[in-house]
Design a binder for this molecule. Structure first.
Ligand SMILES: Nc1ncnc2c1ncn2[C@@H]1O[C@H](COP(=O)(O)OP(=O)(O)OP(=O)(O)O)[C@@H](O)[C@H]1O
Ligand SMILES: [Mg+2]
Length: 235
């Protein structure tokens, strides 16, 4: 049985796809070497397209498979993939369709399978309202699954953190609101805003054990914390 992981938030551009790719690419390779796959259910197909581009100039061993599925195909195939992998990452679209009831929304269908929802949060740009809206909806799914064998765990983290930003004045207040509203723990380590992360591809790992540069060190501590959450359930 694998662990099914979604980076989700209805807020666009918070790093769902970026975090999915860089986490998968790192954990699939040395020193972790986990058996994993990404399922791209987002209509933008960013990961499917990135993988095709990466393959044009790559001749090594592909570290993990990328599946181009819609939600229907995911429902049909996920049980099989669940048996074959240690981890499955599902990239999902952001926007909730407010005209549809919760159970008919595409992302809720995906979240019904997820073991972990990592919630990227960035400050500013009305991020808080969109995130609380999303959580209102996701909490229904967490409640629904609370007594099941595979409950949904939700963990927040700050993405694109900038040390000296005026937004930081508001950030801790916003995080507290999210924590209180949804009883969602946050990772201790943020992910910073670095060019290294914006240039991410689907074949190279950014994990460097002897990292010295700020961006690489940031990634190492962040992914180690994430892995700890996945391996022993701690937050
Ligand atoms: N930590 C980071 N450092 C630098 N750039 C980042 C970081 N996280 C994300 N980005 C950049 O921010 C932009 C949005 O990221 P991404 O596409 O991953 O967001 P998303 O939540 O998947 O968006 P969408 O809602 O459209 O699916 C991209 O240009 C990406 O390269
Ligand atoms: Mg995306």
């Amino acid at each position: 049985m694998s662990k099914i992981i979604v980076f989700g938030n209805q807020k666009g551009g918070v790093g769902k796809t970026t975090c999915t790719v860089m986490t998968a690419a790192a954990l699939a390779q040395s020193p972790f070497n986990l058996k994993l796959s990404i399922i791209d259910t987002d209509h933008q197909k960013s990961i499917v397209k990135a993988r095709l581009m990466d393959l044009e100039e790559f001749s090594g061993v592909i570290p993990f498979d990328v599946y181009n599925y819609n939600v229907r195909t995911l429902q049909e195939r996920i049980h099989e993939l669940d048996k074959l992998n240690d981890l499955i990452f599902v990239d999902v679209p952001g926007k909730l369709d407010s005209d549809l009831p919760a159970e008919q929304q595409e992302i809720s269908k995906v979240l019904l399978y997820a073991d972990y929802l990592f919630l990227p949060f960035t400050s500013g740009n009305y991020s808080l309202d969109a995130t609380l809206d999303y959580l209102r909806f996701v909490l229904k799914i967490r409640d629904q699954r609370a007594e099941s064998k595979r409950p949904l765990r939700i963990i927040g983290f700050i993405n694109m953190f900038r040390e000296r930003s005026r937004n930081n004045r508001y950030l801790s207040g916003e995080i507290n609101q999210i924590k209180q509203f949804a009883n969602v723990p946050f990772m201790r380590n943020n992910l910073g805003l670095y060019t290294l992360f914006s240039d991410v591809n689907t074949v190279d790992s950014l994990y460097e054990e002897n990292a010295v540069s700020n961006d690489q060190v940031n990634f190492v501590v962040w992914i180690n914390e994430l892995l700890k959450i996945l391996s022993n359930g701690q937050e």
